[in-house]
Design a protein around this ligand. Structure first.
Ligand code: M6R
Length: 612
């Protein structure tokens, strides 16, 4: 989720790059940099200026030494491979080639080894530097005069997601841009052209935009743009006129960041799974994270809020697939009950921000007692990863809305990877079952997109029930944490009282609350426990409660009891939480939208809670 900008024209490019980066800082802010081609009578040199931290750090550096040139690229980084540091900041330069990149290169390890064997020396931990070396190598092979062709050949060796901009000293009038599974847009000006990861970065200069499609390469010069595919075939496409305001462009046209982030989940989950699964070897890989499976007797998961709900689903997955016992603790409680943990135990913390004070304290406590500490986090090199022995990062990208959505589903994806990885190593998950599960997991992102398409139906339901004073959310098994999450989402952004309960517990108390005024949201997908949930629904119906069911498409019975049925694609029960949560996020969103609350910054809440 890095920000990218490029300029080629007749103006000094550095101020244009910085202005664009300022508009992109919400995409990532752990380092920033620019590369500018400086041309004079002696020839062309690249000036690369980059540093760790916010854009203001880069601006301070540029105040002392501002590169001067008409062609340049700029980047603001959200770390995925390699911690935030000066060395890992983009642009990356290899030989005469400079590259900025947004995305994840899946085969980075094998490419790095191959380039090292060819004598290439690396100065960063990033996957991006590999692209720079590959292009420089190809440029050398072809005599250095066809940058577009060198980029094309290099990209043929790369697997993964990328949006890149490339400069070379032997091509002082052009930028080559390319895209696969990460966004990139070209802005068409008069005697100048722009490249950006997002429209807002260049909206002040032009409204004529050409969105690159998967596997396309653009040769961008001040006089024009040529687009071709990875085979070198020319592509003609008319640009579009963008009518968004600057504010709505930042949200890519969505009304709120939360709504945008709900829509981003298919992409975020894909990125989190990318390069970490193999159907052939029926296994999940956790980057370099060593779970020390053979030594692990027990796992304790600690987290807060939404991340704790992910932990509850994680317990279900890990215990079922690996048979290692798992406890799940609220981090805010953990430290104060003298936890029994030590050598041979694994503490798995979960945190989007990596900064939650309670979770951080729990990690420190467990580490001090001798446990191995691993975290699942979204923000690279934040406090919790730094305090842990190792980190498995979700690749959700920056989450701006206070109500967590894509961070949650990527945590579920990461926990599924952990459970498969453990299950294969404890021997409880057979090869056949693992490969079946992995195939199904890879289908989840497209099913998520399908569910987001139900937004208009959910909007109608939200309008119908959004005046209620209380809501009850019910689920069984691994859908019980989703009931908790649905209730939390509604509370946080709509300020309506809501409770999540295991459906089987309803008769032990909450049933007393049910009457004609109480909407009951029930997670009732097909799978184990379905019949029991249907019995619970009958109990609600008998007390005139209003039932909103999330059920499996094709379920003929649900309509006979539910007042509203949101029908979602089928999935194995292990993976259902990745899907069942989406309608609940949308329901909370639309209820809050009708109420007119401040959805992205709800009252009394903060995005990361750094006090205990
Ligand atoms: O950054 P973390 O995942 O550690 O944050 C934990 C909670 O504060 C967080 O999930 C909170 O509950 C969200 N606002 C829920 O939407």
């Amino acid at each position: 989720m890095c920000g990218i900008i490029g300029y080629v024209g007749e103006k000094e490019c550095t101020p244009i790059l910085i202005e664009g980066l300022r508009k992109l800082e919400y995409r990532g802010y752990d380092s920033a940099g620019v590369a500018v081609l400086e041309t004079d009578s002696q020839g062309t040199r690249t000036q690369v200026i980059r540093c760790r931290g916010k854009l203001s750090n880069l601006e301070n550096l540029l105040r002392k030494d501002q590169p001067s040139g008409l062609v340049g690229i700029g980047h603001t980084r959200w770390a995925t491979h390699g911690r935030p540091s000066d060395e890992n900041a983009h642009p990356h330069k290899a030989g005469q080639v400079s590259v900025i990149h947004n995305g994840i290169i899946e085969n980075h390890l094998s490419l790095r080894n191959q380039l090292r064997a060819d004598g290439r020396v690396f100065s960063s931990e990033t996957d991006t530097e590999i692209i720079a070396h590959l292009i420089d190598e190809e440029l050398k092979k072809s005599g250095g005069d066809n940058l577009r062709e060198a980029v094309r050949r290099a990209l043929k060796q790369v697997r993964g997601a990328y949006a890149i901009c490339v400069l070379a000293e032997s091509a002082p009038d052009q930028i080559i841009a390319a895209k696969n599974a990460s966004p990139l847009v070209l802005g068409l000006g008069d005697g100048e052209n722009f490249i950006a990861s997002d429209v807002p970065a260049i909206l002040a200069h032009t409204r004529k935009m050409l969105f690159l499609e998967e596997g396309e390469i653009a040769d961008v010069r001040k006089t024009g743009i040529e687009v071709c595919d990875l085979e070198g075939k020319r592509i003609e496409r008319a640009p579009k006129e963008i009518t968004w305001s600057a504010v709505s462009a930042e949200k890519e046209g969505y009304k709120h960041f939360m709504f945008k982030e709900i829509h981003e989940q298919a992409r975020a989950v894909t990125d989190t799974l990318r390069g970490r699964l193999s159907v052939e070897s029926a296994d999940a890989f956790l980057d370099d994270v060593d779970l020390a499976v053979a030594d692990t007797k027990k796992i304790t998961i600690v987290a807060c809020g939404t991340s704790w709900h992910a932990g509850l689903v994680g317990k279900f997955l890990i215990e079922q697939l690996s048979r290692i016992p798992v406890e799940v603790d609220l981090a805010s409680e953990y430290r104060y009950r003298e936890p029994i943990i030590g050598k041979g135990d694994l503490l798995l913390s979960i945190s989007q921000s990596g900064e939650t004070a309670d979770t951080l304290a729990a990690v420190k406590e467990a580490r001090q007692k001798g446990a191995r500490t691993i975290c699942i986090a979204n923000v690279v090199d934040s406090s919790i990863p730094r305090a842990s022995h190792a980190s498995l990062y979700t690749h959700a990208g920056p989450e701006i809305g206070v109500a967590s959505t894509k961070a949650f589903t990527t945590q579920l994806a990461a926990l599924t990877l952990v459970a498969i990885h453990l299950g294969r190593r404890t021997g409880h998950l057979s090869e056949a079952k693992a490969s079946e599960l992995i195939k199904e997991l890879l289908l989840i992102p497209s099913k998520m997109s399908d569910i987001v398409g139900l937004a208009p139906q959910i909007q109608v339901i939200a309008r119908r029930y959004g005046q209620a004073r209380d809501f009850l959310f019910l689920g069984r098994g691994n859908n019980y944490p989703i009931a908790l999450e649905g209730a939390l989402k509604l509370k946080e952004i709509s300020y309506i009282h809501a409770e999540g309960y295991p459906s089987g517990e309803m008769k032990h108390g909450p049933i007393a609350l049910i009457d004609v005024h109480m909407p009951v949201v029930v997670l009732a997908p097909k799978g184990p426990g379905y019949d029991k949930v249907m019995s619970n629904l009958a109990e609600v119906k008998a007390r005139e409660g209003k039932i909103i069911a999330v059920a499996t498409r094709g379920d003929k019975d649900i309509g006979t009891v539910a007042d509203e049925a949101i029908l979602i694609p089928d999935a194995p029960s292990f993976l259902q939480p990745l899907l069942t949560v989406l309608p609940l996020q949308l329901l909370a969103y639309y209820v809050a939208d009708f109420k007119g609350t401040d959805i992205d910054q709800p009252r009394n809440l903060a995005k990361s809670v750094t006090v205990e």
